[in-house]
Design a protein around this ligand. Sequence first.
Ligand code: GLY
Ligand code: MN
Ligand code: MN
Length: 439
Amino acid sequence: MIDSHGFKQRREDFLTRLEGKAAIIPAASMVTHHADCEYPFRQDSDFWYLTGFDEPDAVALFLPFRPEGERYVLFVLPKKETEEIWNGFRWGVQGVVDQFGVDIAHSIYELPNLLSEYLQGSEGIVFRIGKHPKVESIVLKIWNEQLDKYQRNGNAALDLIAPCKFLHSMRLLKGDDEIDRIRQACQISAEAHELARDAVCPGMNERQIQGLIEQYFLEKGARGTAYNSIVAGGDNACVLHYTANNDLLHDGDLLLIDAGCSLVDYYNGDITRTFPINGKFTGEQKALYEIVLAAQEAGISSVKSGLSAEVVHLTSLKVLVEGLVQLGLLKGTVDSLIEQDSYRHLYMHRTGHWLGLDVHDVGAYRLGEYPMELQPGMILTVEPGIYVSDRLPVPEGQPEISDRWKGIGIRIEDDVLVCAKGPEVMSSFAMKSVNEMES
Ligand code: GLY
Ligand code: MN
Ligand code: MN
């Protein structure tokens, strides 16, 4: 049976959390790129986490109120030679019972006929509205029919609930096997960053570097990139999601690379490094780089069990703002600058996010008014930056920026595991000290 990641244990935990409710978790579908060409398949992360099944157009049911041996039902594309010759192998109905620990399997085409029966006896339906239009229309039709009959037979799932509460709190805490896989994704991603820095010289094109990095990911057996690689020379780095990656790399500019791989089982790395294209920082570049590095290191030091992502952000932000005040790029006290958001023309994003099967992984950052406490097994990025350009207006009362600072965009991003003993920087193979960036 294909269960290298403890999918069975996760399903059992999930079933327990559902209590008397039925969960409907759809797989992803193929997405059209243009005409009749499609993007590479990307499985839905919730579905993958529970099933380990990597085909499109399936639906998993979790039915804790039914007897053992009937609680995990999978609807899949049935085997069909005339379709498999075009699109590849399918496990089919019997295959998923034999190989994926499924209790009962059906053809996906049976879903409209069978779903109503499977939902009988559930206290609520756990399903995410708005993401799976084909499945949603079936679920809502059947739920509506149940509600219509409720007055007479007293038998319907009355609540429709999003899976976040049951599933995303599980995904936020990574198991040992998941941590190993993310460590591996980070290692490959970090090696690619080192390779790229070695190769860069003035006159190259951004996409040559993108090609090197992404080739390395594939050579190492990754599925591909975790997100669109950002390879941004000079002022391009001030565009946070720059992905055009088609400019010349100029002598005297910095290069910002934000790139990470995604493994075959969808675990990801997410790393950013920034360094001088000609191997030597200018005075202004170095001054800003040192601030971002100090802010990032302070943020990483605050990744501690019992603290929060909010503390990491604020710790990093204070160092960053203090440094910008010292350079004369901001004016005022650190606290008031932060309180009034007066730094946001130079630093406009948060300092990090959860990392897992999704690059911006699921899991709450706050529980009501309280920030989520960091616990061993959580993984987050720490990625402060400074971006100096004319794109945003300087807030009233803040100093105008002299041209010598403009066109400098810097971000430093690592992936950090919360451990009982302190932070583990999973991406530490990628260098980041000033000396290393100049070598
Ligand atoms: N690469 C996406 C991010 O850093 O959040
Ligand atoms: Mn990130
Ligand atoms: Mn990133």
